[in-house]
Design a protein around this ligand. Structure first.
Ligand code: CTP
Ligand code: MG
Length: 394
């Protein structure tokens, strides 16, 4: 295919305006949502169905390290598009020029984006690429109306003029262009020694039409120290839930244990661990909150280390993993399905014990027991099952 659309993620600046606040670290490498800042906009860009690939531009002296990091992040959190890499240049426009050279022949449209704009939304990416395809413009860029009155001043601060505010737009990235035209504009800028802060300016100087479409006020560039607060605000956790389900057969040799409480009685459980069906469903639900796999994978039932192991101990390990994944449980709702034994006399003890094991307030742990009206395998007294729903923030 020769009409592909590729994104360029610029991450080769030095972040001088921010350096004092970050201890010298370039802003696009600051940690944000568990990855370097540049990764957020790469994900948003790649999520557009119109984007076929990404070129990352990193500073020459950390290109190799950042390249490996991008590939490792992609293994964990796949973007689903191919990556290419280019070395940054002294000025932003030099970095763009290097990226343009790294784009494949199959690329027709390119979207140049500041890696320091982590709040990019995929909808904007798609809108820009579509607008360029449909328009006679040589470039389509996002812009927002300015709210302050803007003055042009001389070097000593005296006002030269006040442009009419209605016509002014503060422009953002991504900026969309046809690759061949943008390459020509950069070649001319290089030959004629132009200095610009965005790519649209080059097109304008080449006399080519550039269209501004509605941008997104959230799509700000992290530039000055006070912008760091934006990163902190947006790090607030998001709600998630996990679901778990487990079954154990009767007719084994483990006394019935539910939620870490020994129930005992006539129905012995067949299991490798202690066979606590309720904690097993609960653990799978917790793992579900952060896509942490399942207990069968974490604690294989053919591993002698887990022979008759207390499920409370396994739960503790799952809770450690949840904490490592930045997941904080807020509520659990548990149901055991069994014809026999009768569980209502134990309900309170089970609830209290689970609340203790999870370090949750008692009114954030619900426990219910039900039968299946003598139907199915629980009705035939062949076994017991449990389901768990866990709510969390991460
Ligand atoms: N950029 C780049 N190569 C450069 C300069 C800038 O790839 N030589 C990138 C930055 O990493 C950033 C984007 O272009 O994602 C916008 O530039 P800007 O906000 O000016 O970032 P910096 O140049 O890093 O910051 P400063 O101007 O404060 O030094
Ligand atoms: Mg700069």
């Amino acid at each position: 295919m020769r009409n592909e659309c590729w994104g360029v993620i610029l991450a080769a600046g030095q972040g001088r305006r921010m350096a004092e606040a970050t201890g010298g670290e370039a802003k696009q490498f600051l940690p944000y949502r568990g990855a370097p800042l540049w990764w957020s906009s790469a994900r948003a860009m790649a999520a557009s169905p119109l984007v076929h690939g990404l070129v990352f531009v990193f500073p020459a002296d950390r290109l190799e390290q950042a390249r490996l990091e991008a590939l490792a992040l992609d293994r964990k959190d796949s973007c689903g598009v191919p990556f290419r890499f280019a070395e940054g240049g002294d000025r932003r426009q030099d970095s763009v020029r290097h990226a343009l050279a790294a784009l494949p022949d199959s690329c027709e449209i390119t979207l140049i984006h500041d890696g320091a704009r982590p709040f990019l939304r995929t909808a904007l990416v798609t809108k820009l690429a579509e607008a360029l395809r449909e328009s006679r413009a040589a470039g389509v860029i996002p812009g927002v109306a300015v709210t302050d009155t803007v003055k042009e001043t001389d070097p000593s601060g005296f006002v030269l003029r006040t442009p009419a505010r209605d016509a002014l737009r503060a422009v953002q990235t991504p900026q969309a262009f046809r690759l061949s035209e943008l390459r020509d504009a950069h070649a001319r800028a290089d030959a004629e020694d132009w200095n610009v802060t965005d790519d649209a300016s080059l097109m304008e100087r080449c006399g080519r039409p550039v269209l501004v479409i509605e941008g997104d006020r959230d799509n700000v560039k992290i530039t000055n120290p006070q912008d760091l607060a934006l990163l902190a605000e947006r790090r607030s956790p998001l709600p998630c839930c996990g679901y778990g389900y487990d079954v154990h057969a009767y007719g084994g040799n483990r006394p019935l244990t539910l939620g870490g409480v020994e129930i005992g009685g006539d129905y012995l459980i067949r299991a490798h661990s202690d066979g606590d069906v309720l904690l097993h469903a609960l653990m799978d639900a917790i793992l579900g909150c952060f896509a942490g796999g399942d207990i069968g994978r974490l604690f294989p039932d053919d591993d002698p280390a887990f022979d008759n192991i207390s499920s409370s101990v396994l739960l503790d390990r799952v809770m450690t993993k949840a904490a490592e994944a930045g997941t904080r449980l807020t509520h659990v709702d548990l149901t055991v399905i069994a014809q026999k034994p009768k569980l209502s006399p134990h309900a309170d003890a089970i609830r209290r014990n689970v609340a203790r094991l999870l370090d949750l307030p008692l009114d954030h742990v619900a426990f219910k027991a039900t039968t299946e009206e003598k139907l199915g395998f629980t009705g035939e007294l062949k076994g017991i099952k449990a389901v768990a729903l866990v709510s969390a923030l991460r």
